[in-house]
Write a protein that binds this ligand. Sequence first.
Ligand SMILES: [Zn+2]
Length: 455
Amino acid sequence: MSDVNKYIDGEIDRFQEELFEFLRIPSVSAKSEHNEDTQKAASWVAGQMRDAGLSSTVIDTPGHPVVLGEWREAGPEAPTLLVYGHYDVQPAEPLDEWESPAFEPTVRDGNLYARGASDDKGQLLLHIKALEAKLKGSGSLPVNVVMVAEGEEEVGSPNLVPFVKSHRDRLACDAVVISDSSMFAQGQPSLLFSLRGLGYFEIHVKGPSGDLHSGGYGGAVVNPGNVLAKIVTSLKNEDGSIAIDGFYDDVLEWEAQTREAIRELPFNESEFLEEVGAPGLDGEAGFSLLERLWIRPTCDVNGLLCGYTGEGAKTVLPARAMAKVSFRLVPNQHPDRIGELLRAHVAKVSPPEVEVTVEDLHGGRPWKAELEGPFFEAARTALEKAFGVPPVLTGEGGSIPIVVDFQEILEAPVLLMGFAPPGANMHAPNEWIPLENFESGIRAVAQFYSELGNG
Ligand SMILES: [Zn+2]
C-alpha cells in the first residue's frame, strides 16, 4: 500500500470529524443573518488549507469572500492545476422535513446527513484532504495547485467572474478540476462530457388598456390570454422538437461513439417514471431518454400569468398575459442567438392587434468537455483505481455557468469529477453523502495527483 493510502487510513477518522465541524457552520449565502457564519466558514477553509500544507488567504469581494490556497513548489516548469469548490450552502428550509437537524451532521447506515454534505462542503473538503494526504504522506505533488473556494455559488456567483478576471495571472493554470456533481450510480464513478446551458425569457402580451367584460367586448377585442396560449403552443411540434426557425442550427451532432456510450449506460426508465410520478413520459422523437436529458435542447413553460384564477367564474377579458419560458441549451447554442430567434418567432405568430414583447431574464452557455489530454487520462485512471471500476462518461441536464467562464478566461480545460451519490437531495431536505464516497473521493483525488506524476 502506498504511503499516501496509509496516511489516509491513519487520519480518516479525524478527516470525518473535521467534515462534521465544517457542516455545523450554517454558511447560507442567501441569508444576511448568516453573514458571520459564511465568513467563519471561509476562515475555517483557509485554516484547513494551511493545515494541509498550502498557503492560504481570504480575499474580500463585494459579497462573500473567496478563499485562495496555493502550493507552487512543483516549480515554474511543472503544470498547474486549479481546484474549484464552494463553502456556502443552500438554505435548509423546510426545516421540519429534515429527519435530523440540517446543521447537526448525523450518520445513519453509513450515510452522513447535513446541509452541504454533498453540495459542496463534502466534495470541497475531500480535495483539501487529498492534498494533505499527498503532501504529508509522500512529501510533494507533481503539479502546482491553486484552490479557489467561493462563498456565493448558491446565489449565482455574482463576484466570481470579476474575481477570476482580476486575478487571471495568479489563477493561470493548465486545467481546472471541479467536484460539485453526482456519480452516475452509487459505486460507479463518472466524468462529465457536457452541461446544458440556459436561455430564460418572459413573453408579455398586452391588449386593451384595462380588463374588459367578456360579454360586452368578447368577440371584438383580441384576448391576450388566447394569443399567449397560441404563442406557447407554437413553440413545439407534435414530435417533441422545437418549432422555432433556426433553433437547431448550432446544435452539435454528437459523434456516434458518445451516443453509443449513452445507450450502453444501465438506465431504468420505469424507475425514472416512478421518481417523477407523472402518468407518462414525453420527449423528442429519435432520442433516448438520457439523450433527451443530456444532449438535446428543451423548451419549457416555467410560469403563466393571465386573467382571473380565483374561485368561481369571473367573465373577464384580461388586458395582459405573461409566460415565463426557458430553453435548456446544448453545445454550441448561445442564449443571445436563441433570444433573437425566439423574438422573430413570436413576432411571426402574433396578431398585430396586441403588443407582444420578449424580455431576457437569464442566460448561461452550454459546455462540452475535452475528453483527452493528461489531466483527463489521469482522472480516468485514478477513478478506476479508487472505485475498482472505470468511470463512465455522462452528461448533465442542468447548468454550471462558471465552467464556461473558467475555460474561456483561463484558457484551460475543465474536468468535472463528482462524488455525490445520485439523489443526494442537494438543495432539498435530508441532503446526504455516503461516508464511503467521502473516503473514496479523497483516495481518488490523491491518486489523480499520483497519476499526474506518472504521466
Ligand atoms: Zn454546489
